[in-house]
Design a protein around this ligand. Structure first.
Ligand code: F6P
Length: 558
């Protein structure tokens, strides 16, 4: 049954209508304890300072939280969550369990899929990653001429790229002498050509990261990398020291020419966009060392346990997801901005674009019915303060309301001069300005103080007033260490699950991206000079004909 027909949905609609006449500024004035009532802390363990999530700048009251939790209960969120943790096939269209949580299970609890405990295999795969990352970092594993591995190139796309890339960037302060990791994803030859141009085959290790090992872009980049390597190394036998595969598909890995000892495995119950915790994270372990990688897993495990056991009213991923539903479905917000005021997280929005939009960009319920309401919002973001000088104007005064997540590190890895305080002042100011806005009367008073009068005053007062009540959530942590990062990513992963569960969709398939892949396969041979045109619409056919004329035929190896 679609969520829109539930009693709790109707109550939320009425509640929204009541709140619509009250500004968030007024809500703060009415309730001096609003911050305490609408913020929550998450203990990250090991003596770390708790993470703080502040929902007080949402267009909401404690009653909203109660009503949203009632909705979650009415759709059976807790039972659905328990089915995921129990290894049931919650990815129903692909008939798969969804167990990225097993990859970071740190207790001795078994995790079953079809009656078999997967944890022994998970631990063996982690051990394989530990041995390899230790060997490369210590210099025990060297290149074919005996030189140390100084560069690692992860070749992958989507979930086999965005997660590890985001984490490697975020944990750069922990690299401490580890190899430099590069990421090649785009099939545009410029990506691999530029990357290889800086590298030496004798000191470079390639990780071919692909769950399926059939992804066209990744295999094309991997073939180009292999050809580039062999031009110098000459002998195929040297490939063993320079190419590792991270995959679930042993057959394709061997066909590519990578032996099984150099294959780092994972399983079909790990979704691509949830796979950075698996062997897909080998680039992370190589960059910062396996102990740091384990801290990342531990941080995620803390959130998994919290999500599994905390009551919904205090359950942070549940609240993040429920406020997501609140803004999407009850306030009609179609976008969501993720704004990390933390340069180390500069790739977080790109990572979340896939995690969120590939998961919840669906219109059909898992049971085949129509969802009946809006689902996943368009997600974008940039690190602060850059975004302020780019797209924030629209967030402040545009006609669409765009809920924001502000991420704040209390402490910087690079406490240079006044930089960090300036950063903090800016993020707090932005969130406050969005919430408060500025009435026309306030704008007038300000202009009058500046000596503006008459028609000019009337005109400018309109342009300088802001509606306010623009919702945001602030996530504050102490310093972005591996544990905190693991917790943060898991928070977002479960938030996505919560939103998908409310809408009744399967957040773990991605059929929509398949049609484009099929059509690309058909169009490829049609780009050859003189190739017969396929059956296309006039626009596509016209563009193919134009490209056939213009393609220079100068394809060369990287
Ligand atoms: O294009 C969609 C997708 O299937 C993603 O879900 C996935 O992360 C990506 O392609 C890469 O897939 P693979 O790891 O199998 O190469």
């Amino acid at each position: 049954m679609t969520c829109t027909t539930l009693d709790s949905w109707a109550k939320l609609r009425d509640h929204q209508a009541e709140l619509a006449t009250t500004s968030v500024r007024e809500l703060f004035e009415r309730d001096p304890a609003r911050f305490e009532r609408l913020s929550r802390r998450l203990d990250l363990g090991r003596g770390a300072a708790p993470m703080l999530l502040d929902f007080a700048k949402q267009r909401a009251t404690p009653e909203t939280v109660a009503l949203l939790c009632a909705l979650a209960r009415e759709v059976g969120l807790e039972a659905h969550r328990d089915r995921m943790f129990a290894g049931e096939r919650v990815n129903s269209t692909e008939g798969r369990a969804v167990l990225h949580v097993a990859l970071r299970e740190r207790s001795r609890r078994p995790v079953h899929v079809e009656g078999a405990d997967v944890m022994p295999d998970v631990r063996a795969a982690l051990e394989h990653m530990r041995r390899a990352s230790d060997a490369v970092r210590s210099g025990a594993h060297r290149g074919y001429t005996g030189k140390r591995i100084e560069h690692v190139v992860n070749i992958g796309i989507g979930g086999s790229d965005l997660g590890p890339l985001m984490v490697v960037e975020a944990l750069e302060p922990y690299r401490l002498g580890g190899p430099k990791v590069h990421f090649v994803s785009n099939v545009d030859g410029t990506h691999i050509a530029r990357t290889l141009s800086e590298l030496d085959p004798e000191t470079t290790l390639f990780l071919v990261a692909s769950k399926t090992f059939t992804t066209q872009e990744t295999l094309e980049n991997a073939r180009t990398a292999r050809a580039w390597f062999l031009r110098t190394a000459q002998k195929e036998i040297h490939i063993a020291r320079h190419f590792f595969a991270l995959s679930t598909n042993a057959k394709e890995v061997q066909e590519f020419g990578i032996s099984l000892e150099n294959m780092f495995v994972f399983w079909d119950w790990v979704g691509g966009r949830y796979s950075l915790w698996s062997s897909i994270g080998l680039s992370i372990a190589l960059a910062v060392g396996f102990d740091r990688f384990e801290e990342l897993l531990e941080g995620a495990h803390v959130v998994d346990e919290h999500f599994r056991t905390a009551p919904l009213e205090d359950n942070l991923p549940a609240l993040l997801g429920l406020f997501g539903v609140w803004n999407t479905n009850f306030w009609g917000c179609g976008c969501h901005a993720v704004l990390p005021y933390d340069q180390t997280l500069h790739r977080l929005p790109a990572y979340l674009q896939q995690a969120d939009m590939e998961s919840n960009g669906k219109g059909v319920r898992a049971d085949g019915g129509v969802v009946g309401c809006d689902t996943g919002p368009a997600l974008f973001g940039e690190p602060g303060t850059n975004g302020q000088h780019a797209f924030y104007q629209l967030i402040h005064q545009g006609t669409r309301v765009i809920p924001c997540d502000f991420l704040i590190a209390a402490n910087s890895h690079n406490p240079v001069g006044r930089h960090h305080r300036l950063l903090l002042a800016n993020v707090l100011a932005q969130a406050e300005a969005l919430m408060r806005g500025k009435t026309e009367a306030e704008a007038r008073a300000e202009l009058e103080r500046a000596g503006v009068r008459g028609a000019e005053l009337d005109k400018l007062a309109k342009h300088k007033s802001f509606a306010g009540s623009r919702p945001s959530t602030t996530i504050l942590y102490d310093r972005l260490d591996p544990r905190t990062l693991g917790a943060l990513i898991a928070l977002y992963e479960h938030k996505i699950f919560v939103m998908g569960s409310i809408w009744g969709i399967n957040s773990f398939d991605q059929w929509g991206v398949e049609l484009g892949k099929q059509l690309a396969g058909r169009i490829l041979p049609e780009l050859e000079p003189g190739a017969p045109a396929g059956d296309h619409d006039a626009s596509t056919a016209g563009l193919i004909a134009e490209l056939q004329l213009r393609l220079s035929g100068e394809d060369k190896s990287a």
